[in-house]
Unconditional design. Structure first.
Length: 574
């Protein structure tokens, strides 16, 4: 596959399909080079797209068809490590283990691992059903009861299914299996207090105790039902609960934001963290949600978990073009005192995006904070000569900013701008920064005339030395013209108008460019049009503009203050 096609999912999909179908379909009888090739394709594909749970399942099935159960287990382990909140992947992994392992304790241990990762999923019923199926298969009814007593506490789509099954067992299984020892002691105490110290017959006591257990789980079911309904609307709006390279609809993203807002507001750390993990399967390509997760985790005081979030997003999932999450990771590592890691994160971005100015500036300021101003300036100098002229101009401007604002050496900064004005004659950002630098140097002791002279000198230097097309020069001139209006003295307007004429030239409006509007056909519009005419001192029931070839914009002199002055327009009235 060509380098340019690395992110093309459809081509990867076609390659996986092609590899899987070699020699009529890969089996244990396939040739060694075909087995090696198809494994390489799956490995490369899943390294690029690790959240496609269906392809982990396909890879495991392929290894199973070859006949190597140990390799199948390795594939599943890799899969659940990449996408630990996948209900389907855990269910298939546990099913495979049920069919191939004859030690119930090992299988049960795997189910318990899965329960830690997907047990709280709103759509987690396939996993719990499989767990119950396993315990029934190995004839462990007491463990089935324990599973049901856990499941009834979890808000999920089929929560009532497990409550109904548990209700049947309340009158069948030993009461010690139904509730914890602590809760059982409390229920027994309640019964003894209710009987007034009179000992009840064993059968009657057992019946009353089971009624108490039933009442207890009725309350649990009511609470679970309430919690389920709180999440029902959010869950119902999740149209795509799995990863795909295609964009999500705006309403899907909005629903995830609101769902996260809700869960954070509930204050349950484990449920909130789990929802973030689910969200970041569906929204893995959106750094907005990674940043939110990292900030939330940091607010919980869990630095190591926060690092894992940043590393996972930056190293695997978020496209390299989205640099915000990576730069946040670098700042977080710096906060932890891991300066070398923070520096490496910046360099990794620049390795892929060598002209990314914000990363250069961030790296320079990292260097400045840790090693001083001179180190930052040297770092920028080392990279300037490797960049195109516009990027280099911005790096030079950052050097000047550090000299002026951080080192406090305005003269050095000014000298740097002056010395490099010829080298960066075609860098717009360089000249904008140069102008803004001089504008910011106004001190209370400096006169307005002196400050204006400094800024004007830079502007004149730009007009004489810079090499820009007229439209670009007009755009850059606007910075100086705005300076005149915002910082200029009483003569600023005169200079502004003179520049306006020089920069933009005379304005000529041709009739073809601005055709006359059609005459209003509706009588109801005439009064409005006539009122507009009267605003020009013109009366009449209608106005019709003539079509001269050119309407000249005339200079309005002081005689406009004369009450008798009128603005003559080439229009006729009727």
């Amino acid at each position: 596959m060509q380098q340019a096609d690395e992110d093309d999912f459809e081509k990867w999909e076609a390659l996986v399909l092609h590899a899987s179908g070699l020699e009529g379909g890969v089996t244990r009888h396939s040739s060694p080079h075909v087995l090696e090739f198809v494994r390489m394709v799956f490995d490369c594909f899943l390294a690029k797209f690790p959240l496609f749970f269906g392809y982990w399942k396909k890879y495991a099935d392929l290894e199973f068809s070859i006949g190597n159960t140990e390799t199948v287990e390795m594939v599943y382990e890799r899969g659940v490590s990449c996408i630990p909140c996948s209900v389907d992947l855990w269910m298939h992994y546990c099913s495979f283990k049920m069919d191939t392992c004859h030690n119930p304790d090992i299988v049960r241990e795997l189910f318990e691992r899965g329960a830690q990762f997907v047990g709280m999923d709103f759509q987690g019923h396939p996993f719990w059903d499989k767990y119950i199926e396993f315990e029934n298969r190995v004839e462990e009814p007491s463990r089935v009861t324990k599973i049901l007593t856990r499941a009834v506490h979890i808000p999920m789509y089929f929560f009532s299914r497990y409550y109904s099954k548990l209700q049947q067992l309340i009158h069948q299984r030993p009461v010690e299996e139904l509730v914890s020892a602590e809760i059982l002691d409390g229920l027994v105490t309640e019964l003894n207090n209710a009987s007034g110290g009179i000992q009840m017959p064993a059968l009657e006591f057992d019946r009353a105790l089971r009624a108490k257990v039933d009442e207890y789980y009725f309350g649990i079911n009511h609470h679970t039902s309430t919690e389920t309904m709180k999440r029902w609307e959010f869950e119902g709006r999740i149209k795509r609960a799995y990863f795909h390279v295609g964009d999500l609809e705006p309403e899907d993203l909005s629903n995830w934001r609101k769902y996260l807002d809700f869960e954070e507001g509930q204050g349950d750390y484990h449920r909130t963290a789990f929802l973030y993990e689910r969200c970041l399967v569906t929204c893995a390509l959106y750094e907005e949600f990674w940043l939110r997760y990292a900030r939330w985790m940091f607010a919980q005081g869990k630095d190591e978990d926060t690092r894992i979030i940043y590393a996972k997003a930056s190293s695997i999932l978020v496209p390299i073009a989205n640099t915000t999450i990576r730069l946040h990771w670098a700042r977080f590592e710096e906060k932890l005192g891991r300066f070398s890691v923070a520096r490496d994160v910046h360099l990794a971005i620049l390795d892929q995006l060598p002209n990314h100015v914000p990363t250069f500036l961030s790296l320079a300021n990292l260097e400045r904070r840790q090693r001083g101003n001179d180190a930052a300036i040297k770092l920028l100098e080392d990279h300037i000569h490797q960049q195109d002229i516009n990027v280099a101009g911005q790096l030079a401007a950052e050097q000047a900013r550090i000299l002026a604002q951080c080192k406090g050496s305005v003269d050095e900064a000014r000298q740097l701008f002056q010395d490099r004005s010829a080298a960066y004659a075609t860098s717009q950002n360089y000249w904008i920064s140069y102008l803004q630098f001089e504008i910011l140097q106004k001190s209370p002791k400096e006169s307005d005339e002196a400050a204006h002279s400094r800024v004007k000198a830079v502007y004149e230097l730009m007009r004489t030395k810079a090499q820009f097309a007229p439209d670009v020069m007009s755009e850059l001139s606007q910075y100086y013209m705005e300076y005149l209006l915002e910082h200029g003295d009483k003569d600023a307007a005169e200079e502004y108008m003179k520049l306006d004429k020089e920069v933009y030239g005379y304005v000529l409006f041709t009739a073809n460019a601005y055709p006359s509007p059609p005459r209003p056909s509706s009588p109801s519009r005439k009064p409005h049009f006539a009122n507009s005419a009267r605003n020009f001192g013109i009366t009449g029931s209608s106005v019709q503009c003539s079509k001269p070839s050119v309407i000249q914009v005339r200079k309005i002199t002081d005689r406009s203050r004369d009450p008798g002055f009128s603005l003559n327009l080439p229009c006729s009235t009727s």
